[in-house]
Design a protein around this ligand. Structure first.
Ligand SMILES: *[C@@H]1O[C@H](CO)[C@@H](O)[C@H](O)[C@H]1NC(C)=O
Ligand SMILES: *[C@@H]1O[C@H](CO)[C@@H](O)[C@H](O)[C@H]1NC(C)=O
Length: 174
């Protein structure tokens, strides 16, 4: 996985704008949220904007990425679709529940770990870390990497929400 990540990063370093997206393109597809951590836990608990069940990512050649996900609000699932714009190598800007800077920290064919710096409409800042996977379960190694990233951001362990068992329920009720 490290080798793959390294080759992706090297590829991006040598690639121009459009080419960088072509390298990310194969990572498009069905992805599911497994864990999310946040410095303000109310952002990721039910009713919070980042209590989000990711379903699909599509990387485009024009430096944008489309993201499909669900959030639960008053017990109902609401489908959301957002577009992010690439700002730097692996950094996207996304408008949602305020302004977000999204950084891809780890990338492999079946796992993405990303961080989000959110500034909400009231100016409150929140750091989030999330792990998405194409599989039903993530490996211990990926989970340890995710935990390390949460620790590096100073997010306490009790602010990690486990999304891995209730994704299917969303599909059924949507
Ligand atoms: C980027 O490309 C996608 C897919 O072709 C398209 O749907 C979208 O409108 C484009 N966005 C911009 C800003 O050009
Ligand atoms: C997260 O939930 C899944 C499904 O219920 C479970 O298998 C897994 O052990 C949980 N992870 C942690 C770290 O507790």
């Amino acid at each position: 996985m490290k080798v793959l990540l390294l080759s992706v990063v090297l590829g991006l370093l040598y690639a121009g704008h459009g080419e960088a997206q072509l390298i990310l393109k194969p990572f498009s597809g069905e992805w599911k949220t497994h864990y999310t951590a946040a410095s303000n836990k109310d952002k990721i608990t039910e009713g919070g904007p980042f209590h989000a069940y990711v379903r699909h990512l599509e990387f485009h050649a024009n430096n944008t990425v489309d993201l499909d996900f669900y959030v639960k609000s008053d017990g109902e699932c609401v489908k959301k679709q957002l577009t992010g714009e690439r700002q730097q190598l692996l950094v996207y800007h996304v408008e949602y529940a305020g302004e977000n800077e999204v950084t891809i920290l780890h990338l492999s064919p079946d796992a993405i770990i990303g961080s989000i710096h959110n500034v909400d409409e009231e100016g409150k800042e929140t750091d989030l870390v999330g792990v998405l996977s194409k599989r039903d379960q993530i490996s211990d190694l990926v989970y340890q990497k995710f935990k390390k990233e949460t620790e590096d951001k100073g997010i306490p362990e009790e602010n990690i929400v486990n999304f891995s068992d209730n994704g299917n329920e969303i599909i059924l009720s949507s």
